[in-house]
Design a binder for this molecule. Structure first.
Ligand SMILES: C=CC1=C(C)c2cc3[nH]c(cc4nc(cc5[nH]c(cc1n2)c(C)c5CCC(=O)O)C(CCC(=O)O)=C4C)c(C)c3C=C
Ligand SMILES: [Fe+2]
Length: 346
């Protein structure tokens, strides 16, 4: 049995052309774990409403952050893969849940090297139905239909793993070393509130009332909100941040339904009004910088903050291809590779 690793990220359009952005958004938003309504309703919302106007707007936003080599998210995932590959003895490939390289292409690349046991690493610290779960479901579907000889082990959400907390905390410390700041905002990608309730395995714990995420529950294994707050808490402890000098918010909402709150855009504006004049923002739901960090926070969020009276705004880079992050991933991989049986570890 030969082992290999598949690092899986969200994905990006093939280019900033409107047609490519439209194709990507269609694949993304037609996923039943992203817009979780019956197919015909989803097709009406996505193809009848969102895709009529959003691709043009999103393409403009992608143009503002695109690199010569391509999408930052994909380029950074490739760079991370190269570093991890140098540190481990088994093949490491990457794949994207939407767009290219596809999950199928990533699995095929490993299979062509004789790999029959794959460690799936969804590059999301916190579990969500719209991210980790959709990767696992598609990977299993591909396995059963196209790669019947392959076995999977999945790396669990690592939102509170001491190695992850350490590298994230060190990255924040480093980014703010020479900077003046008086508040750190931990901004996580949002999800609709109903996603949290759907993922509640106890069917009764999640009330999204400010209390449930703090009390202990088996529901937390799949609770994105709990896991986000836990990441903030552990990083704050590691860095010795004082109460009141940091907070948590949720960005990038889509549509009219309630999403996790407080919303990042409103929080940034309020902070500027309330006299937080030097704001640092870290985005721990993303391990690679992307549209949502570089454009939504680094450009739109920054403008909003400065226009409303803030004086300094610092966007803390994601872990990207930091050496310490590549080392942590390679250690998790090596520990798994040394196991005789496929065992879920981290
Ligand atoms: C933690 C990671 C993410 C969660 C959770 C998530 C949920 C989620 N996203 C949308 C809709 C959009 N997201 C878009 C971009 C985008 N989302 C993530 C990550 C998570 N999404 C990333 C990394 C990116 C950037 C990709 C890149 O190429 O850089 C977009 C597209 C951009 C845009 O038009 O604004 C949409 C749309 C929903 C509906 C959702 C949960 C239900
Ligand atoms: Fe998203």
């Amino acid at each position: 049995m030969k082992k290999g690793v598949l690092l899986v990220n969200l994905g990006s359009p093939d280019s900033t052309e409107v047609k490519d952005v439209k194709r990507y958004l269609d694949q993304f938003l037609m996923d039943e774990r992203v817009i979780d309504v019956p197919y015909l309703v989803r097709a009406f919302i996505v193809r009848g409403i969102i895709l009529r106007t959003r691709p043009k707007k999103s393409a403009e936003a992608y143009k503002r952050i695109w690199w010569e080599e391509g999408s930052p998210l994909i380029v950074l995932t490739e760079r991370l893969q190269k570093k991890v590959q140098q540190l481990v003895d088994i093949p490491v490939s990457i794949a994207m849940r939407y767009g290219n390289p596809s999950l199928e292409a990533g699995m095929r690349e490993l299979a062509s090297q004789g790999v029959t046991e794959i460690l799936l690493v969804p590059l999301y610290p916190q579990f969500a139905m719209a991210t980790t779960e959709t990767i696992l479901v598609l990977a299993e579907k591909l396995r059963s239909t196209k790669f019947p000889n392959i076995r999977f082990t999945e790396i669990p959400a690592f939102y509170s793993h001491p190695d992850y907390v350490r590298v994230l905390s060190e990255s924040i410390k480093e980014a703010l070393q020479e900077k003046d700041w008086n508040h750190i905002l931990f901004s996580y990608h949002g999800v609709p509130e109903r996603h949290i309730k759907k993922s509640d395995i106890t069917k009764s714990h999640c009330k999204i009332d400010g209390q449930c995420c703090q009390s202990s529950s088996p529901a937390h294994q799949y609770c994105y909100r709990h896991q986000c707050y836990e990441t903030t808490k552990q990083v704050a402890e590691y860095l010795g941040l004082k109460e009141g000098t940091y907070s948590t918010s949720f960005q990038s909402r889509l549509g009219r339904d309630p999403w996790l709150q407080p919303y990042t855009d409103q929080t940034i504006e309020n902070m500027a009004h309330q006299g937080v004049n030097k704001l640092a923002v870290v985005t721990p739901a993303f391990v690679s910088d992307c549209l949502e960090t570089l454009e939504e926070i680094g450009m739109e969020g920054k403008d909003e903050f400065l226009e409303n009276g803030g004086s300094e705004f610092h966007l803390i880079p994601c872990l990207n291809d930091r050496n310490d992050w590549a080392q942590v991933l390679s250690r998790w991989v090596s520990e798994w590779a040394a196991e005789p049986e496929s065992v879920t570890h981290v």
